[in-house]
Design a protein around this ligand. Structure first.
Ligand code: PLP
Length: 394
């Protein structure tokens, strides 16, 4: 067997191993150093009480003859699809239009099979790495990058996407923290309706949106005939390890031929996937009941307060900061430094691990991403170090 040449296209694009390597080398030199990780963007706070209870109940039931269940529907149990529809979408869809998954990243990958080889995809640059890596790995698709930077207020020039078939967008954005306004999202939906494009809209951070901004693309009239939306319990309820997500494929979203996409997505899901864990689905249900919602709101508040503290602290240290209001991420613009140079400097001088912006695309070069997923204690320590540390870093 010859190696699939597509792997060459993504080589070096996965930057987390490089972060781990640099951290390891640093610790070999300074084994006593107390590193603070504001890098990888993984949740840190324990699951809430209601969710933990649901997990315990669900696993105990599996150990009984009456409570045991095996395979469930590939697209998820009706109870969780209904609850997502009711709580997140206020009943706008039928459960058949909501597909429960083992996480948003997995569905971004599976979507490439829906698009097929001749599809032309437009992607925000910078973006969550799976958006570019998955089309690069599945041969054929043409990709157009849409630069998003402080100069265009992180809003892509839609003209660049005029020849694309699919527009992949994420709001609030990882890594920039940008959340689209109603007016911006209306412009995007109008563009897709007019030029007959499909939008893939990632709302993994929707729960972090503050005030009057859209939390779903379906808040824009007409979006339900052009948009597929991908959601996740990972950052909403700390399910990065538990694993649960969903994808909405409304019946009204059609191919050029007028046929709906939904049955083809159902075919992909039932071919590549045997359903999310029953434990995760029960835990997800618990996150969506009223008490669960109240608990996870406190957790989201915790991460948002972290990022507010960090934003202030990096600004006081002279950094130009973006994001950190509707998302648990700060996007720092660097002066005269590459992303990796600034990464190394923060590591060396204040022992803080961040994420180099270049890992999210070429537009990310010259930026660093800082994550608010941390304990409050670590955030206080980080702000203290930034205050007292060597601040020629930027
Ligand atoms: N989409 C975005 C924008 C993300 O940042 C992430 C995770 O960091 C994901 C999707 C993946 O989420 P999940 O854990 O549900 O696979």
């Amino acid at each position: 067997m010859k190696r699939n040449p597509n792997f060459a296209k993504v080589s070096g694009r996965y930057f987390f191993p490089e972060i781990i390597e640099r951290k390891k080398k640093f610790l070999e030199r300074y084994p006593e150093a107390k590193l603070i990780s504001l890098g990888i963007g993984d949740t840190t706070e324990p699951l809430t009480f209601v969710i933990t209870e649901a997990l315990m109940r669900s696993s105990a039931a599996l150990g009984t003859r009456q409570g045991y269940v095996g395979y469930g529907p590939e697209e998820g149990h009706e109870f969780i699809r209904q609850k997502i529809n009711e709580v997140i979408y206020k009943g706008a869809f039928s459960p058949a239009e909501i597909f429960v998954s083992d996480g948003a990243a997995c569905d971004i990958g599976r979507l490439q099979f829906l698009f097929g080889q001749n599809c032309h995809i437009a992607i925000q640059d910078p973006s969550y790495p799976a958006f570019l890596d998955t089309p690069l790995l599945s041969s054929g698709q043409k990709v157009t990058l849409l630069p998003c930077n402080p100069e265009n207020d992180f809003f892509p020039d839609l003209n660049l996407a005029r020849d694309a078939d699919v527009l992949c967008l994420c709001s609030p954005n990882n890594p920039t923290g940008k959340a689209f306004t109603f007016e911006e999202l209306e412009r995007i939906v109008a563009f897709a309706l007019q030029s007959k494009k499909i939008i893939v809209y990632d709302v993994a951070y929707a729960a972090y949106v503050q005030g009057k901004l859209p939390r779903s693309i379906y808040e824009i009239p007409g979006a339900d005939s052009v948009a597929i939306e991908i959601g996740s319990f990972s950052k909403m309820a700390g399910f990065t390890g538990v694993r649960l997500g969903w994808t909405v494929v409304p019946e009204k979203v059609r191919y050029e031929s007028g046929e709906p996409l939904r049955p083809d997505w159902a075919r992909i899901v039932s071919t590549f996937f045997n359903g999310a864990s029953i434990l995760s689905q029960h835990a997800g249900l618990a996150a969506l009941v009223e008490e669960g919602q109240q608990e996870i709101a406190l957790q989201i508040r915790h991460y948002l307060d972290n990022i507010t503290l960090l934003k202030q602290s990096f600004e006081d240290a002279g950094f130009e900061t973006y994001g950190g209001i509707h998302a648990p991420y700060l996007w720092l613009r660097l002066e005269d430094k590459t992303s990796w140079e600034a990464f190394d400097e923060l590591l060396e001088k204040v022992h803080i691990i961040t994420c180099p912006g270049c890992g999210f695309g070429q537009e990310g070069e010259g930026f660093l991403r800082v994550s608010g997923f941390a304990s409050r204690e670590d955030v206080h320590k980080a702000t203290e170090r930034l205050r007292n540390g060597v601040l020629a870093i930027r």
